[in-house]
Write a protein that binds this ligand. Sequence first.
Ligand SMILES: [Fe+2]
Length: 255
Amino acid sequence: MSQLKSKGYAIYDYMDALEYEGIKTDYKVLLDYFEDLPVDDYAPELNRYRRYSRALVLPTSKSLEWLPNVERDGNEYAAYFQGKFNPEHPGSYREFHAIDPHILENELLNKIIMADYEETFWGEEDQIMPIHVGVHFVKLEVEKEGDRAVSSPDCLHQDGEPFTFAHLIERRNVKGGLNAIGVPSVGGKQPEEVADEDLHEVFKLNRPLESYGVEDSSVSHYVGPVMKGGAEGRAVRSVILIDYQLTVVADVGDE
Ligand SMILES: [Fe+2]
């Protein structure tokens, strides 16, 4: 049984696990793309930058199909439904700048999405519909000493999607940015407010493509604020977050 299934979370090293010829080149393309991410419109003051796109995985063929964007003022946006578990954005729709087409074709990104998908598990009856995949490129960046870049929400929480994975792209000159996995009941708390036995693991993603995944209903998770480390220059923590959820259909009555 996978650790994701037995414990509700797992930690991975995808640079190792996905190794193929060209992985370094494809990784560099993703890394460079994070340089110019637009500010997260929903949190401009928080030093957060983001892009987002959605796809479907078809369970039979295991093929990946990107969903269309909406265009506004010459920019491409992807719509996002935030599940009920984010206390900062309860039950709201948001729109994010979409990820550019040449990045959606990046082989490494596609391999990551499918490797995560292979880790997920569903009931047989759930697999008659496509699985919805949300891909977030998120960068926390701090220029000034004393500033903080904060993830949303800034506490232990559950996402509401059945599975979420985080893949480190870069961690540079960062103090903080600590990850924690806890039992579900500590949602809303800071890790330091929680008894040791209610925290499964506290860890840091350091190297490119170090990753973790959660089966959301089994655990809560957390990433701490990012601050400047001891070196010159900005603090940067970039991750690709990928969530997986079922196609939701309305109840069908007799009439
Ligand atoms: Fe989360």
